[in-house]
Write a protein that binds this ligand. Structure first.
Ligand code: AMP
Length: 328
């Protein structure tokens, strides 16, 4: 039997679903912290194209979004990490099937995301029901000691742990059971048009979403139209739970221009100008690098081919051990 790779506390893993254009929220909440952490981490970052098939999809659009996401991860500075596209590493789909054979319908039925997205719809794909097994495979294949997850992903990680423990008990000790870690505090960017919901790439209405590739005039228009609040006193530019729109703009400003950037702004107009300038300045180097890389797709392909080769080396022994333990 091949020796399994030992888990390391520096390995970090994240997969992004290419179901829409990446947003300022993705950048400030995920890509930038991942890039900054590179000197201390063994980062493995994937484009989760298999997960994008769980809802009706158009192959041409998916292909375009995968290419854009690949290029943007590099443009965001993740060149010292292992980058890969999930479907190029066959162990993901294979282990997902083996784990489906250990999960019960009761467990998958309790998954909140399935309840929210799938229940009651007539044309739900089977893969939307079983995708927590694919997500468990995504994690268990890389044997991380701990996985930092926000509240919305906690239930998935609990299921991953349950499946790993059950597998180890019934078939032998194949998987490292990952601890649930609290993620480091990262910016949480809310939708500019509806600041009570997260700025999310899969929302239909993009008027409150700043995309990473939005040109400056589009950023300006979206920020100008951002919801603030109706009262406009001199002390109105401040954070408060009753002012989610203003609070969000202040958070974006500080995340882009540093703490202190929000001090002394007299009006909502001044706040919006400052936010526009700060967001445009933050996106400019990413957009410039994206344009360069988009002109050299062969280079991007090479980086991802290298990443996928490393991921195959890491994951093949794990799936082989799982296969053998199950009697295959
Ligand atoms: P998603 O776009 O939901 O697949 O998320 C991909 C990554 O981006 C995850 O690490 C999320 O936590 C992060 N992310 C997505 N949207 C936001 C947001 N509005 N604010 C902060 N982080 C976000």
């Amino acid at each position: 039997m091949t020796l399994l790779d030992h888990p390391t506390s520096t390995r970090t893993l994240s997969l992004l679903k290419p179901t829409g254009h990446l947003t300022l929220g993705n950048y400030l909440g995920a890509l930038r912290p991942m890039a900054l952490a590179q000197p201390d981490t063994d980062g493995i970052y994937g484009v989760a194209d298999l997960h994008a098939l769980t809802v009706p999809h158009d192959p041409g659009r998916l292909r375009g979004l995968v290419r854009e996401t690949m290029t943007l991860l590099l443009a965001a500075g993740l060149h010292d990490s292992t980058l890969f596209v999930q479907s190029r590493v066959p162990a993901h789909a294979e282990l997902a099937y083996l784990l489906e054979c250990t999960a019960t319908t009761g467990e998958l039925n309790r998954m909140i995301q399935f309840k929210e997205k799938g229940r009651g719809r007539s044309s739900t794909r089977c893969s939307l029901f079983t995708y927590p097994a694919l997500m468990a495979a995504d994690i268990l294949l890389y044997r991380p000691a701990a996985v930092p997850v926000g509240d919305d992903q906690r239930q998935h990680l609990e299921l991953t742990r349950d499946l790993a423990m059950r597998f180890n008990r019934d078939y032998g000790p194949v998987f490292v059971v990952p601890e649930i870690a609290t993620p480091p505090v990262a910016a949480r960017v809310m939708d500019l048009a509806d600041p009570t919901r997260k700025m999310g790439k899969s929302h239909d209405d993009g008027s409150g979403i700043v995309y990473l590739l939005d040109p400056p005039d589009v950023v300006r228009r979206k920020v100008q139209r951002a919801v603030t609040d109706s009262d406009t006193g001199v002390s109105a530019v401040r954070r408060s739970p009753e002012k989610p729109g203003v609070t969000n703009l202040l958070e974006i400003l500080e995340a882009c221009a540093g703490p202190g950037a929000a001090a002394g702004l007299p009006t909502y107009g001044a706040l919006k100008s400052a936010v526009t300038d700060a967001v445009v300045a933050t996106l400019e180097p990413v957009q410039r690098r994206h344009a360069e890389l988009a002109g050299d797709p062969g280079f991007v392909d090479e980086v991802y081919a290298r990443g996928a080769a490393r991921c195959r080396d890491l994951t093949e022994p794990v799936v082989a051990a799982a296969r053998g333990a199950m009697g295959l």
